[in-house]
Design a protein around this ligand. Structure first.
Ligand code: PLP
Length: 412
């Protein structure tokens, strides 16, 4: 008899339909697998296989522009440091992350995001995703805690809270960001991307920020602020991160090196209130003790020597040019059909559709032409309430943007 491992994928999939009673059923909920799989566009077939694609998927970055040579040099030096002075043997228990990295993070977010913090406020995590997971473990009581999430939103974030057994409630987003008046009551956790909403790309207005902070203060809820691409700001009035000294008790500020450096590093952090830090460290130690020391040492030096700031400056120019081109083409060639939203940050811009067309069909046809473009649909948790497209420009060159949008013009 074929083992489970050797069964063809479809059969494996079918057997997963009825979860084995030995499994914790929280991990077999179909919406959980779906949310973690949101990048996937289905199999490419025939001629498309092997052909280079035009990739507008959001949340991708241009790894080709990363200064690998400098990173290699810094890595070699840090490895040599390790060799000369091996880290002393001590229990990894209580490890909150490499101290020089926590120091570098506190300085970096102080300069780039005006977030005031001390190294002791920072927990180093394996990307923002692990920060969400640790926060969910520590803040959620299964079956009791209600978590409000933006809808549409970043699917893997909600997966962490679903897996922890939270009651996850979708909250609408409009041109000013999360609709604070629509928050469920009571609610214990509010997850939000105030700088650059994912996927709409809007920045939360000053009034909404104030309303959200007041809401948290009055209701006792905490806020999880996902600031995944806050370093890449192109224009507009700078708006502070939600986490400031006056809100340090209510806001968990999550950052990542996936956008400003490389997603493959799997390095992120959470700046947390002091009352929560001991529990967060225990949860992190329970998961993996700490992130790999060598990677932390290298990234700390990379930041301290100014390479991160230089890299971000360079990327900002490249990304801004791509964003401006997409907006320009959308405004000139798709006017009356697609209206691009304001987007002052990051690596994607969203456009609302006024077409009486189901855009999932349009994106499926584009995939047949090797163009990866997502409609809003997959980012909704509840029933989709608007139609539109998300144009990621983190991993697509100027020529390919033009070509991809020509293909979209033909298909629309
Ligand atoms: C909205 C949003 N939040 C957070 C992240 C962080 O991801 P990571 O787990 O790689 O740090 C991403 C990455 O694509 C993102 O798009």
């Amino acid at each position: 008899m074929a083992s489970k491992q050797n069964r063809p994928p479809r059969e494996r999939f079918l057997t997963q339909q009825t979860p084995d009673p030995r499994l914790n059923s929280l991990w077999s909920r179909p919406e959980l697998a779906r949310t973690l799989n949101f990048w996937h566009d289905g199999q490419r077939t025939g001629k498309q296989k092997g052909a280079a694609s035009l990739d507008f998927r959001p949340a991708l970055v241009d790894s080709r522009l990363f200064p690998f040579e400098i990173f290699r040099r810094v890595s070699a030096k840090q490895l040599r440091q390790m060799e000369l002075k091996p880290p002393a043997f001590k229990s990894p228990q209580g490890n909150q992350g490499h101290f020089p990295l926590r120091t570098a993070i506190a300085t970096h977010i102080g300069i780039s995001r005006a977030v005031v913090s001390e190294p002791d406020d920072v927990l180093v995590t394996a990307g923002a995703q692990q920060a969400f997971d640790i926060l969910a473990r520590v803040l959620v009581t299964p079956g009791v805690t209600t978590v409000a999430i933006e809808d549409p939103g970043y699917p893997p974030m909600r997966a962490a809270f679903l897996a922890a057994g939270a009651r996850v409630v979708p909250v609408p987003v409009d041109a000013q960001g999360l609709v604070v008046d629509a928050l469920p009551i009571p609610v214990q956790i509010v997850c939000v991307c105030p700088s650059h909403q994912f996927p709409f790309g809007v920045s939360m207005s000053a009034q909404r920020r104030m309303a959200l902070l007041n809401f948290a203060r009055k209701s006792g809820a905490v806020i999880v602020e996902d600031d995944y691409d806050g370093e890449f700001r192109y224009d507009g009035t700078p708006l502070q991160a939600l986490r400031s000294t006056s809100t340090a008790d209510d806001v968990f500020y999550v950052g990542t090196f996936s956008k400003c450096m490389l997603p493959a590093l799997r390095l992120g952090f959470v700046v947390a209130p002091q009352w929560a830090m001991p529990a967060l460290i225990t949860a992190k130690n329970c998961l993996d003790w700490h992130c790999p020391t060598l990677t932390q040492m290298v990234v700390a030096r990379f930041i301290a020597e100014g390479h991160l700031a230089r890299h971000v400056r360079k990327l900002r120019d490249v990304y801004r040019t791509r964003r401006d081109l997409i907006r320009e083409i959308l405004q000139s060639n798709f006017s009356g059909e697609l209206s691009p939203m304001q987007s002052h940050y990051g690596m994607h811009v969203a456009a609302f559709s006024t077409l009486p067309k189901h855009l999932e069909r349009v994106t499926a046809r584009l995939l047949g032409l090797n163009v990866h473009l997502h409609s809003f649909e997959r980012y909704f948790f509840g029933a989709p309430t608007s139609e539109g497209l998300v144009f990621g420009y983190g991993a697509i060159d100027i020529d390919d943007i033009e070509q991809g949008l020509k293909a979209l013009r033909r298909v629309l």
